[in-house]
Design a protein around this ligand. Sequence first.
Ligand code: ATP
Length: 369
Amino acid sequence: FAPWNDPNAKPYIAFENVTKRFGDFTAVNNLSLSVYEREFFALLGASGCGKSTLLRMLAGFEEPTAGRILLDGQDLRGIPPYRRPVNMMFQSYALFPHMTVEQNIAFGLKQDGMAKPAIEQRVKEMLDLVKLTQFSKRKPHQLSGGQRQRVALARSVAKRPKVLLLDEPLGALDKKLREETQFELMDLQQELGLTFVVVTHDQEEAMTMADRIAILDKGEVMQVATPAEIYEAPASRFVAGFVGNVNMFEGTVAAREANTARITGASGAEIVVENAGDAAAGNSVAFAIRPEKIKVSSRRPEGAANAMEGEVYDLAYLGDMTVYHVKLGDGQVVKASALNSARQTDDPLTWNDRAWISFRPDAGVVLTR
Ligand code: ATP
């Protein structure tokens, strides 16, 4: 076994040129994607991008129209869901309301004909795993949402599948509980040594939990990378805009020399960029930069490679940080954020103040797509 970030790792789950059509609608379009053993992998995209369809094909509820899906080298075509080493946990937990917690967890094991003492042993382990031992005799309606979610989780891993598929697993929980449960899920996945594939439309959830994320749009993969790469080195305007806040300066590459590019036409100013990627002179590009990489000050910063003048248009104090919206001469509103612990108290900007934004040449990325 080699983990996902080991160069020798072999794909554990492989989608190879998978297409799925419903009538003449293409939900998944010639998509290829690999997931590694024991990886926590997230499929992230807007509603209708095809993420649930991918999961359902892996589980065996749907078959691809074209292409194939391999698990540990085996082509899954024609293998019914119950014979795949894959289990799926749904958003609506679908617990049996008339059964106790332990009966819910035991249900699938009984159906598989497991011997009674072995079932008891396994249920005990599972209750311990999700910390619900003291609730074993309760029925679902006597539990909180978070506890119900844990029962569903225990039930879905009780059969020891190799892969657990989670479709919006935390969608029914409120924000605080969802954040706590995200960490619990990560711990559990580590403990069990399972491969998790989670579908979510919540970018923070994907960023928090996943080793790698696939960003999907209209049935196609836009980028597959770690959360940090997705955030700091998005491959396209779509990905940059989809994950996190971003400022996008549209312009043209006026000159390119080694790794440095000069971009003109963006908000009337010239932007100097290092790590210019594959942008060539004459290309129409976007310079994408995150709000926390932009500095706001009341005076023109000395020696800054990139500085633009504007006015404070909006300002929000968020406790840990302050967010500024600075309107530039051409009307573009730039978002900048500063940690309050790092904020310069001698420079208290407020609404309608003249302000300068500035950033380093290596603070953003140049996007040609
Ligand atoms: P959501 O987050 O809303 O669940 P999703 O990304 O999971 O969205 P899918 O459920 O995979 O999206 O659906 C992808 C597209 O395929 C949608 O446009 C959907 O309407 C369509 N689709 C899915 N299942 C079927 C079906 N059985 N028949 C026809 N169209 C379908």
